[in-house]
Design a protein around this ligand. Structure first.
Ligand code: ADP
Length: 510
């Protein structure tokens, strides 16, 4: 038996699938990545082919193992992290999906959600308080899996009856991949973890069990739902004739944002991370009691290391941050590459009084205004493209500030330090501006692949590859720390301008 030197993470994201191998120090050893097709059948609808995702996942596993010349005997465990909420329903006997995967971004159930909000007993106020929040920590929204499952069962003839008979299975992508890796139709394990289950609208946020009232209302048979397990837990073994070419313990499962929280070792109450990608997702560890937000945040399961126990998180999701930089690049063509935003924005001292609210698809946390649209305000003849680019980077920081303020109000403790990760954090100017706009420290780790790392950590902990969370903490290393360089007065004056700009964007659609 070879020495166990590695843990493998599969990171199945919205646009691509990746496989990364980590060593004992939590450092990446090798990886492989492949994209999959985005399917847009109608405006606002987004689907993936779940079979293609499984295929690409197998390819990247083989790719990473070959690149690093890694033998399955050297791998202690496999962890999965995934795009959350995306919904797959498939036949247990054949492993064939009965419909394309409905992606988290898909808005097809918006009308149903609007009706639902008006149903007696289910109404929610503008911050989302109501029965759904009580049961699930979430809001009534097409974003989450529950109404997507309902849509499939309503639209594929006979599927609800088949699901009730146990012939059809539901899963988010974590569940789909674990089932396939552990044997598929020949004995695949049908499980999920609390962090993924907490994004379905079907898990009770207090009991961590499927919520019968929610399932009944959405007409989802309990027989099709996976077992809810801790995020670090031995679920099963990969089959010997699968992509790993060996039997490896599958023992980590976390939704991507919760995985980043875990990979950033945010194990103490109050520890907070923000991931800067297409959008931003900020999660704060709130300990073992699910506090309900009064300020437009979601309450979500952070991670669980033990059956029946859970560390919760408050989550602020922002839809468009890096996407606004992409818009400058692809639509306005004033950038060749996203990273050029840094040196161009540096050419000016400030944004020249311009504010850009990139509410391309409405405003998510903390506003939850789906009728908002983007706006650029404060324009004068003085303004050049460099000002607009700077205002775009500032918009990422201001949106983050909005969420931090909501978190501070909910938790009652001001944020002292924000751990950051994701593609855009390599932009040093962006990070400096973030610290200036927050008036808090911004800390960037050496390993920026925290999502995959979090899944690896969960898997490795379950099999004793890492002893405990203290050992994981000692792996975390700081790359750079940013401290605010502006006065409180300057910070707050500038932020007031942002709040005015937000008002211009809100309620734009009739
Ligand atoms: P995702 O996982 O959401 O696809 P990534 O973590 O790969 O995203 O980050 C990519 C996003 O970050 C893109 O929207 C891109 O425009 C933005 N981005 C990447 N690098 C930079 C940079 N140096 N400065 C500003 N934005 C950047």
């Amino acid at each position: 038996m070879a020495e166990k030197k590695y843990v493998v993470a599969i990171d199945q994201g919205t646009t691509s699938s990746r496989c990364m191998v980590f060593d004992k120090k939590g450092l990446p050893v090798c990886s492989d990545q492949m994209e999959h097709a985005q399917i847009f059948p109608k405006p606002g609808w987004v689907e993936h082919d779940a079979m293609e995702i499984w295929s690409r996942t197998k390819d990247v596993i083989r790719g990473a193992m070959e690149k690093g010349r890694i033998s399955p005997d050297e791998v202690a465990a496999v962890g999965i992290t995934n795009q959350r909420e995306t919904t797959v329903v498939w036949e247990k006997a054949t492993g064939k999906p009965i419909y394309n995967a409905i992606v988290w971004q898909c808005m097809r159930t918006q009308d149903f959600c609007a009706e639902w909000q008006k149903s007696p007993g289910w109404e929610q106020d503008e911050t989302g308080q109501g029965k759904v929040k009580d049961h699930t920590g979430l809001l009534i929204s097409p974003y989450f899996s529950g109404t997507k499952i309902k849509w499939i069962l309503d639209n594929v003839p006979g599927s609800r009856e088949r699901a009730a008979r146990g012939e059809l299975l539901f899963g988010n992508i974590d569940t789909w991949l674990i089932w396939q890796l552990t044997g598929g139709p020949e004995g695949g394990v049908h499980v999920t973890d609390v962090s993924n289950a907490s994004r379905t609208l079907l898990m009770n946020i207090k009991t961590l069990k499927w919520d019968e009232e929610m399932a009944k209302f959405l007409d989802v048979p309990l027989a099709m739902l996976p077992q809810i397990k801790p995020s670090s837990h031995v679920y099963g073994k990969t089959v010997a004739n699968g992509p790993f070419r060996g039997e490896i313990t599958v023992s980590g499962d976390l939704g991507d944002q919760q995985a980043a929280l875990f990979g950033q070792v945010c194990f103490n109450k109050g520890d907070t991370k923000n991931t800067y990608g297409t959008g931003c997702f900020m999660l704060m560890n709130i300990g073992e009691t699910p506090v309900s937000s009064k300020n437009g945040l979601l309450t979500t399961a952070g991670y669980s290391l033990q059956e029946g126990k859970c560390v919760y998180a408050l989550e602020g999701s922002i839809a468009n941050t890096g996407a606004a930089v992409q818009w400058l690049r692809d639509n306005l063509k004033i950038l060749d590459e996203s990273p050029d935003s840094e040196y161009l924005a540096k050419k000016v001292d400030d944004s020249g009084g311009v504010y850009f609210v990139p509410a391309f698809s409405g405003l998510y946390a903390p506003y939850w205004d789906m009728s908002a649209r983007g706006s650029i305000v404060g324009l004068t003849r003085f303004v050049r493209k460099e000002h607009l680019i700077r205002a775009t980077l500032e918009s990422i920081c201001y949106q983050t500030r909005d969420v931090v303020d909501a978190m501070n109000k909910d938790s009652g403790v001001p944020l002292a330090e924000l751990k950051v990760d994701g593609g855009a954090v390599r932009n040093n100017l962006l990070m400096q501006m973030q610290s200036d706009i927050l008036g808090a420290k911004v800390v960037r780790p050496v390993v920026n692949e925290t999502t995959a790392l979090g899944a690896a950590y969960a898997a490795g902990l379950a099999v004793g590859f890492w002893k405990d969370t203290n050992e994981l903490r000692s792996n975390w290393a700081e790359d750079r720390r940013f401290d605010s360089l502006v006065s409180e007065e300057k910070r707050e004056t500038a932020y007031k301008g942002w709040k005015k700009a937000i008002e211009k964007s809100k309620g734009w659609l009739d």
